[in-house]
Design a protein around this ligand. Structure first.
Ligand code: NAP
Length: 302
């Protein structure tokens, strides 16, 4: 079947999951001129979108009935499964030819399994996880890593470009989630290195603000040192990206590594550090709170 290229004004887009990321992403779809129907489990979070011109639906099934393309942006694999394959989920309201784009970060294995269920209902799917956080979601500058059929990817480009600046087709369904897992490993490793460096330097008596400033001019420079390094020094832990979500992502990495029969030692270490933060009640702090583990080990606060 030919897949129609999405077009502002005519294509009806649906959005399920209006959290820290989903809500600003949905606003950008409206700004781009798409007709938008939204749903969120906690209905009140749809208010600003309804005010801006979106229609609010009572269930993901109702969103699907009224849409050509449905985007989901919820927390984890079981949540995507609930809003897509559960009672009153997207698939129960789907028509043949519907395109479903999951932008949540979940395991590639769950993505492929749900993609097969969708295909059995005549629904095309893409996995399109993102990087860039709430600021990128608001500015429409997310990096979007996409898996799925080339033709479906091309048809959805206008929708994806309304939310992101860098939109890359990575390969078949699941390849977007594999890439996002790689992204989370690189960020976790850099965050751990930045936290360790700042605590070491501060414990040795040097001002961590000056350490950050000096390191930003050399090979140790990174977005993580710039953004999260500052949050660590200031203990500015309002999310951002929840500790519990980065913890979830590293457990996706570890289950991928196990299935592949390879080691992922840095992910294993940082996952344990995030576990410790979650256990201490810090799961809803920004992931830059990783520095608290290093402070605790050194008995030294930045
Ligand atoms: P969030 O603020 O916690 O939002 C989660 C959303 O999912 C809420 O709308 C929530 O509904 C909904 N939800 C969760 N479980 C559900 C279920 N079982 N049934 C129905 N709805 C459910 O999280 P977020 O930061 O937007 O993250 C969303 C996804 O993006 C995650 O996969 C995350 O890993 C990924 N991500 C986040 C960032 C970031 O910096 N925040 C960056 C890149 C990727 P309620 O409002 O009813 O709770």
């Amino acid at each position: 079947m030919m897949v129609r290229v999405a077009e502002p004004g005519t294509t009806r887009v649906g959005f399920v999951g209006l959290g820290l990321m989903g809500r600003p992403m949905a606003h950008n779809l409206l700004r781009a001129g798409f007709q938008l129907t939204v749903h969120n489990r906690t209905a009140a979070k749809a208010a600003s979108l309804v005010e801006a011109g979106a229609r609010q639906a009572a269930s993901p099934a109702e969103v699907a009935r009224d849409s050509d393309v449905v985007v989901t942006m919820v927390t984890d694999g079981p949540d995507v499964e609930a809003v897509v394959a559960g009672e009153n989920g997207v698939l129960s309201g789907a028509h043949a030819g519907l395109i479903w784009i999951d932008m949540s970060t979940i395991s590639p294995e769950t993505t492929r399994r749900l993609g097969e269920m969708a295909a059995a209902r005549g629904v095309e799917s893409l996995d399109a996880p993102v990087s860039g956080g709430p600021p990128g979601a608001e500015a429409g500058t997310l990096s979007i890593m996409v898996g799925g059929r080339q033709e479906v990817f091309e048809a959805c480009l206008p929708v994806l470009r309304a939310m992101g600046q860098t939109v890359v087709h990575m390969g078949d369904l699941g390849a977007g989630q594999v890439t996002k897992a790689c992204n989370q490993v690189a960020i976790a490793a850099t965050m751990a290195g930045v936290a360790e460096a700042l605590v070491l330097g501060a414990r040795a008596g040097v001002d961590p603000r000056r350490i950050r400033e000096a390191l930003l001019g050399g090979y140790a420079a990174s977005r993580v040192l710039e953004v999260h390094g500052e949050r660590m020094i200031e203990h500015a832990f309002a999310p951002g990206f929840f500790v519990k979500l980065h913890d979830k992502d590293l457990h996706i990495v570890l289950s991928m590594a196990r299935a592949l029969g390879i080691a992922a030692p840095i992910s294993a270490l940082v996952a344990q550090q995030f576990n410790a933060l979650v256990a201490a009640g810090d799961g809803e702090l920004d992931n830059s709170a990783l520095v608290k583990v290093y402070e605790e080990l050194a008995r030294h606060r930045l």
